[in-house]
Design a protein around this ligand. Structure first.
Ligand SMILES: CC(C)(COP(=O)(O)OP(=O)(O)OC[C@H]1O[C@@H](n2cnc3c(N)ncnc32)[C@H](O)[C@@H]1OP(=O)(O)O)[C@@H](O)C(=O)NCCC(=O)NCCS
Length: 331
């Protein structure tokens, strides 16, 4: 196989997680659950929870500042801010514009997109497209989630799963040294939207007393159905991204999968043919941070020396929509 030539590259990454750690033991005081159930079914031990003054925007700005600093760039150097979130600060305007203001990125365009847990990977492909089209030289891709604000803290089937955080990456044109985004794959199936959704509180069923009574503005999930779809879709995405990149699973230095459930991660790795010692896992410490999971994991992997300049990394995600995506990147 011949490795494809990248057109855009990841220059740097960054992350932010709130300090507040919430353990499984603490969950036991809120809903009828226990540490053993959560650990054995999901792999999660604890998650981070943002306080009332910490928002999707402020977490994204913090992660973005780190990524810009590592790239040796100033906020004014950013041409475009792409922001993935399922938990925007407000429904209007976009959280990307709030981040633009917080960073003082005075030369940047900014927009949000809503592809849930696949958001960071969709963002990388969008950044690549903007850079390749000559519309931007420096793109800041952000994925930020205050999941604690949209989970139903009385529903044990969902509230134990999620956590808060943000990740960031700076994307610029590739410079011909072979490093960058080798392949991307994006897919969706909206016919299954109601397996993982927030039924009320949008423009279709505006927030009113009935929505509040029914708690239909919170995340609802058909766990086992989502589980099966996630495994199937992530396997397909991994396989397609590898083929499009012209590389084999043996060549992959690190798999960075979406961190929703340890059993989904293991199934994806097994199908892709990548042993667990080449898989990055942090779901135990953060739970599912939706679109922030992959960039936070990637940033930790780089910090821990699990991946670095020249490493071949496969990232694969699945989320509400349904959406799924994968990228092969040479860092
Ligand atoms: C949510 C998930 C962990 C549930 O695990 P599961 O093994 O499928 O468990 P089930 O939903 O079948 O529930 C099994 C039992 O545990 C119970 N249970 C559910 N949540 C529980 C909790 N937090 N604590 C204790 N028991 C719980 C259920 O009520 C059920 O009890 P019953 O058999 O008496 O009805 C799993 O389905 C999952 O990870 N799904 C995908 C999640 C995901 O990836 N979401 C995001 C995509 S980005």
């Amino acid at each position: 196989m011949t490795e494809t030539k990248p057109r855009a590259r990841l220059v740097s990454t960054g992350r932010f997680n709130p300090d507040r750690v919430m353990t499984n033991q603490e969950m036991e005081s809120l809903v009828e659950t226990n540490d053993e159930w959560i650990r054995s079914r999901t792999g999660i031990r604890e998650r981070r929870i943002a306080d009332k003054d910490t928002h999707a925007s402020t977490m994204a700005a913090a992660a973005g500042s780190v990524a810009l600093g590592r790239a040796g760039l100033e906020p004014a150097d950013v041409d475009l801010i792409l922001l993935s979130t399922a938990t925007p600060d407000r429904l209007l305007p976009s959280t990307a514009c709030d981040v633009q203001a917080l960073l003082g990125a005075r030369n940047a365009g900014a927009y949000d997109f809503a592809t849930a847990c696949s958001g960071f990977l969709y963002g990388l492909s969008m950044a690549e497209a903007h850079v390749t089209a000559g519309q931007a030289e420096t793109v800041l891709v952000l994925a930020t989630e205050k999941m604690s604000s949209i989970v139903d803290w009385t529903d044990r089937t969902t509230c134990v799963l999620f956590g808060d955080g943000a990740g960031a990456a700076v994307v610029q044109r590739a410079n011909g040294d072979g490093r960058g985004i080798l392949s991307g794959y994006m897919k969706s199936d909206g016919t299954l939207a109601e397996l993982l959704w927030r039924p009320g509180g949008g423009a279709r069923i505006p927030l009113d007393i009935m929505v509040l009574d029914e708690r239909s503005h919170y995340v609802k999930m058909a766990g086992p159905e989502v589980f099966k779809s996630a495994v199937r879709a992530m396997c397909e995405a991994a396989e397609t991204a590898l083929r499009r990149a012209g590389v084999t699973a043996e060549e992959i230095d690190l798999l960075v999968p979406h961190q929703a459930n340890m059993r989904i991660i293991e199934a994806t790795a097994k199908y892709a043919g990548i042993p667990m010692d080449r898989v990055f896992v942090n779901v135990d410490r953060y739970g599912n941070m939706s679109s922030a999971s992959i960039p936070v994991a990637l940033d930790e992997a780089v910090e821990q020396g699990r991946a670095g300049p020249g490493s071949l990394v496969l990232m694969v995600a699945f989320g509400a929509g349904f959406t799924w995506a994968a990228n092969v990147v040479r860092l």
